[in-house]
Design a protein around this ligand. Structure first.
Ligand SMILES: Nc1ncnc2c1ncn2[C@@H]1O[C@H](COP(=O)(O)OP(=O)(O)O)[C@@H](O)[C@H]1O
Ligand SMILES: [Mg+2]
Length: 213
């Protein structure tokens, strides 16, 4: 990736709701720490106070419908702020950065889910963060129904996205998998139907393979 003098590595975790992203963050943090590196964990949309305010605009349901292009632009605006203010400065200092969702989510949700053109997202991505990409992306893949059943047990209030129909999430999942097919060297797909111990072991295997001593 393209940060001059970068010393830390950037890892992202992706997947549909209930795939187990947030659950697996601690496993990855522990692994990075055990390798002797500093790590910060962050999330998208959000990650800085200002970007978290954009998150609130994006995730809270309101009477006024958010136009698809506005959704994409706000996601990208939050990402610019996040990369500029938090991610790149940490990487420059040698701190590893772990993010619960990042760029691939725009291709999955706005591209797959909303049906916006990939070319449009590509153009905006280049404009916003100039091909800044994670060093490794863990894609937790789970059938939509299983993810939804898990989230139902989580007992949190539904976000604006969670109000979408199953077909929306099927498109999100397909778009994630299509992206993994296009970038197999960066995106590792993990079968997240398995129990948490199995998923954690697979995640650690992916990390060890990428940064084998
Ligand atoms: N591999 C798994 N098998 C069964 N339940 C899981 C697994 N991973 C996570 N969970 C549970 O599913 C719910 C959603 O997990 P979470 O990590 O919040 O998913 P996400 O952040 O991807 O939406 C949580 O209650 C979590 O404990
Ligand atoms: Mg989560």
């Amino acid at each position: 990736m393209t940060v001059a003098n970068k010393k830390g590595y950037f890892i992202t975790v992706e997947g549909t709701d209930g795939a187990g992203k947030t659950s697996v963050l601690a496993t990855i943090e522990n692994w990075i720490t055990a390798q002797g590196h500093r790590v910060i964990t962050t999330r998208e949309p959000g990650g800085t106070p200002l970007a978290e305010q954009i998150r609130d605009l994006l995730l809270t349901s309101r009477e006024e419908k958010l136009a698809d292009d506005a959704e994409l632009l706000m996601m990208m605006a939050a990402r610019v702020q996040h990369v500029h203010t938090k991610i790149k400065p940490a990487l420059m200092q040698g701190t590893w950065v772990l993010s619960d969702r990042f760029l691939d989510a725009s291709y999955a949700y706005q591209g797959g889910g909303r049906g916006m053109s990939t070319a449009r997202i590509d153009a905006l991505h280049t404009w916003a963060i100039d091909h800044f990409l994670p060093d490794l992306t863990i894609l937790l893949d789970v059938p939509v129904a299983i993810g939804q059943a898990r989230v139902a047990h989580r007992g949190e209030e539904k976000t604006r996205f969670e109000e979408e129909k199953t077909a929306f999430f099927e498109r999100v999942r397909s778009a994630y998998l299509a992206r993994a097919n296009q970038e197999p060297q960066r995106i590792v797909v993990i079968d997240a139907r398995a129990d948490q111990a199995r998923v954690q072991a697979d995640v650690i295997a992916a990390l060890s393979q990428r940064w084998s001593a």
